[in-house]
Design a protein around this ligand. Structure first.
Ligand SMILES: [Cu+2]
Length: 376
């Protein structure tokens, strides 16, 4: 048991540190602190775990208890028993505000020296519908479709051309809003159970993301920036690994999931590569209620190539390199299982660390509300 925890702790620390090293953050002190933070969190869970005696529990979604499931913000984090079907609905909200680069805020007037517009706030809502089915005791198949709405407010430059001279000191600011909504990319996944143990569960995640989201939406006659398009425009390979350990009232887990676009899309660019790692711990309060904490690390690469119809001087978000960033979020969650078939859960998070490689928007907070229904 202690060995498993040590491995889990080392793995988490390695994942977070590796992500940061590849990003070569200028603030070297940060790396050290994250390692400590993750180790501390896992060690705390470990302490709790070794102080409880073993009891028959399952980290697969099977029983009437709330326990065994990862926080609702984790996708593909559990498998099913043979023959089980599950339907899920998640509603996700994400809020962004202001701009920064390398951890330093970039004020609007500075942005407007180089661009015509500076984003101020951006809000995204996503409705996610999913279905899971286990045709075999070792294999669970999942499909997930999304519908998103994005709204972005911007400050724009309004020139007042005086008589004769072009006087920039007389520059005024205006505001404008861009909106987009529609179906985004669809995920097809196979979850392969590596072991059949009931208290420590390991599964691989392999899948493909289908380019069902539009990548040529425009607003008021101009093609919207990359982050406001609904999809990535290409088939992406999805791969990951998920491990969870359950012990009486406690559950700890770790997951790494990567999205790698396989080709350039028809607009001439390749969507960013995304690597997401989460470590979580959950505590069962009663048979039907549990709480969770989760650390999530996300690295998103820059876009390769460009859409020549996007005016790169429009705003910082029109630059293909603006998608490159590193983000670490801390989440807390609540799970309720009022009946054998239903599970309701909520999770909300704030960023602990964010590093935009180019001028880009700051994450403010995010939340997920989910419902799951299981057919035995
Ligand atoms: Cu499921």
């Amino acid at each position: 048991m202690i060995q498993i925890i040590n491995h889990l702790s080392a793995y988490c620390t390695m994942m977070f540190n590796t992500n940061l090293k590849t990003l070569s953050l200028p603030e070297t002190g940060t790396q050290f602190n994250i390692g400590k933070l993750v180790r501390g969190m896992v060690a705390l869970s470990a302490l709790i775990l070794i102080n409880t005696d073993s009891h028959a529990q399952s980290c697969h979604e099977s029983g009437p208890e709330v326990h065994g499931m990862p926080p609702i913000g984790v996708m593909a984090g559990h498998t099913h028993e043979k023959g089980h079907v599950m339907f899920s609905y998640r509603s996700m909200i994400m809020s962004m505000k202001g701009l920064s680069q390398s951890g330093t805020n970039v004020p609007t007037p500075t942005v407007l020296e180089d661009y015509m517009m500076a984003p101020t706030t951006m809000n995204m809502t996503m409705h996610m519908l999913g279905a899971m089915w286990a045709p075999h005791s070792r294999l669970t198949i999942g499909v997930m479709g999304n519908y998103s709405s994005i709204k972005m407010d911007m400050t724009t430059l309004v020139h007042h051309h005086g008589e004769g001279s072009h006087d920039h000191s007389a520059t005024n600011y205006g505001s404008s809003t861009m909106e987009n909504s529609g179906f985004s990319d669809t995920r097809l996944m196979g979850l392969v159970r590596i072991n059949k143990h009931q208290t420590h569960c390991l599964h691989l995640i392999e899948g493909i993301q289908l380019p069902t989201g539009s990548i040529n939406s425009s607003f008021a006659g101009s093609v919207l920036p990359y982050a406001m398009q609904m999809g990535g425009g290409s088939f992406s390979l999805l791969s990951g690994i998920n491990y969870s350990l359950i012990k009486r009232k406690y559950l700890v887990g770790v997951q790494t999931l990567s999205y790698v676009p396989l080709h350039k899309n028809f607009r001439g660019y390749k969507a960013p590569i995304k690597v997401e790692t989460s470590c979580w711990a959950s505590l069962k309060l009663t048979r039907f209620v549990s709480t969770s904490v989760r650390l999530q690390s996300i690295y998103t690469s820059k876009i390769v190539g460009e859409d020549i119809e996007i005016n790169s001087m429009m705003s910082p978000m029109s630059q293909p390199s603006s998608t490159q960033h590193y983000l670490m979020n801390a989440h807390i969650g609540l799970n309720v299982k009022p009946s054998m078939r239903w599970r309701m859960a909520i999770e909300a998070g704030l960023p602990l660390i964010q590093h935009n490689y180019r001028v880009a928007m700051n994450q403010q907070w995010g939340g997920v509300l989910g419902l799951q229904y299981i057919l035995p």
